[in-house]
Design a protein around this ligand. Structure first.
Ligand code: SF4
Length: 103
């Protein structure tokens, strides 16, 4: 499985990847998640990112939604399971580390 082609237009490509994978159970984590969501809110490819993430990922903030929010959406929309899951490390690799050009 590959991540969606967002044409390098991701607002997060210059952001700290850790913001998108913070545990939102601490004050600092909640702040990081809020910052990540703020970055998503001004992202020109939010809709495409969210559409992909709703059925393909269970970690991190994608498309302005946390993993818990996507799980809630799946429950409410009768989507029982994600066939294949992209985990946080893949998200970091495929999207959030593009800024570094890391392989
Ligand atoms: S996680 Fe998705 S919506 Fe958020 S900034 Fe990155 S590419 Fe855009």
């Amino acid at each position: 499985m590959t991540t969606p082609n967002l044409h390098g237009r991701e607002a997060c490509k210059t952001a700290d990847p850790e913001l998108f994978f913070a545990e939102d159970i601490t004050k600092e984590g909640k702040r990081d998640v809020a910052v990540a969501k703020g970055i998503c809110a001004r992202c020109p490819v939010l809709a495409r990112c969210r559409e992909f993430a709703l059925v393909n990922t269970d970690h991190g903030v994608w498309g302005g939604m946390t993993a818990e929010e996507r799980l809630k959406w799946r429950r409410e929309n009768g989507v029982k399971a994600i066939p294949r899951v992209i985990h946080g490390a893949d998200h970091r690799h495929d999207i959030h580390t593009r800024k570094t050009g890391a392989a």
